[in-house]
Design a protein around this ligand. Structure first.
Ligand code: TXA
Ligand code: MG
Length: 363
């Protein structure tokens, strides 16, 4: 600040410890139409005033994201829902009561004046109340909805620390509130209530079974097809994206959350052997292993991931960033166990494999 109270143009993209003063500054920057890096329990968000179309447009420019992709609106509490949603189905409200604040996004029919920049021009809006004390403090001081996609360049690995946001976006954000490492580590579960039956569009820490326990029926799951009463996953990560009425979800693009280094999933039994074989051909190989022990092969960069799903998710994106930064030719990731607790992680790794190896200008 200068003596006359005018601020000299401050440096942008600085990581600030999330003191009350910093949170108030962040709220002022949002009110002025600027962008802020915001921690949440899932991943860091690229925050803008959701009622300011010009501010929301800056999100798309900063991310390099197509303008017709909708962004999630973060709310201080479920009491704000009527301002954003034209109707709130009973089951959606039950989920909000059960899981908010928490890693659950509800897709609802939008109120008429929610900006098209937020909804991607669709008739729905995605809303959630994050379970992170700093995000909630910022939302309360700001007092309204904050639009925030993950704070990464489009198609890239989501940030789970303030330093990741700085790496991704630099001076494209006015400031970054430092909330430490995100406790969950992967993006929220998205449940669409805008059509005939509730459908999970993106898996997350809250599973289909968690949802079924609250609403008394299992939601449809995008990418799963019903077969003789049982469910199984469709081959390929793109699921039923071309279904006519399905809303667009960029997290549902086959190529997403991707490192620049090619990434391949390998069954545990073949992991060490495949890695050694590739190394023998002169390829530089990094491995992310959750159960297999490091073979102590000096040619391999071996990284241990936690064997428990919650801890694995917590570390996942940071691990991918570390491996990507090694500059190796190939990243091998030990394929995950079956089971509902691994569904969301397997989803992210599958998309990372499809999207990996792309150049910067590719989406
Ligand atoms: O955990 C999260 O959800 C994080 C944190 C920051 O809250 N946010 C996040 O945002 O992952 P983003 O934009 O990276 O992913 C949000 C997804 C996108 O795939 C978007 O297309 C979808 O939500 N989405 C948002 N509004 C939607 C709507 N009205 N209809 C369908 N999909 C929507
Ligand atoms: Mg994202």
């Amino acid at each position: 600040m200068m003596a006359d109270g005018q601020s000299a143009s401050p440096a942008r993209g600085i990581i600030e410890p999330a003191t009350l003063v910093a949170i108030e500054l962040a709220a002022r920057l949002l009110r002025a139409g600027d962008l802020v890096g915001m921690p949440t329990e899932t991943v860091y968000g690229l925050a803008a005033d959701a009622l300011n179309p010009e501010a929301v447009k800056k999100i798309f420019a900063a991310k390099g994201r197509p303008a017709d992709h909708p962004v999630i609106v973060h709310l201080p509490s479920a009491d704000h829902l009527p301002r954003w949603a034209a109707s709130i189905p009973k089951d959606a409200l039950a989920l909000a009561r059960a899981f908010w604040p928490g890693p659950l996004t509800l897709i609802l029919k939008r109120e008429a004046d929610v900006p098209d920049e937020v909804t991607g021009g669709q008739d729905t809006v995605g809303v959630r109340v994050p379970a992170h004390s700093i995000a909630l403090a910022l939302l309360q001081v700001f007092g309204s909805g904050i639009a925030a996609p993950s704070a990464n360049r489009f198609g890239r690995i989501s940030p789970t620390t303030a330093a990741h946001v700085q790496e991704e976006l630099g001076e494209r954000v006015a400031m970054i509130l430092d909330g430490g490492a995100c406790p969950v580590g992967i993006e929220s579960t998205i449940v669409d209530f805008s059509r005939d039956v509730p459908e999970i569009l993106r898996p997350g820490a809250i599973t289909a079974d968690d949802i079924a326990r609250v609403i008394g029926r299992r939601p449809r799951v995008r990418g799963e097809v019903e077969q003789g009463g049982g469910m199984h996953a469709e081959a390929g990560a793109s699921g039923d994206m071309n279904a006519p009425a399905a809303p667009r979800v960029s997290g549902a693009l086959a190529a997403h959350y991707a490192p620049r280094t090619p990434l391949r999933l390998v069954e545990p039994s073949r992991l060490a052997g495949d890695a050694a074989e590739l190394a023998a051909t002169g390829r530089r190989v990094a491995v992310l292993a959750s159960t297999m022990a490091d073979p102590q092969d000096g040619r391999l960069a071996w990284r241990a991931a936690p064997a428990q799903p919650a801890a694995y998710a917590h570390d996942l994106y940071a691990n991918l960033r570390v491996l990507d930064a090694l500059g190796v030719d190939l990243i091998l990731v030990e394929a995950l166990p079956a089971g509902a607790a691994w569904t969301a992680i397997a989803d992210r790794l599958g998309r990372a494999a499809v999207g990996s190896g792309a150049e910067d200008d590719e989406t």
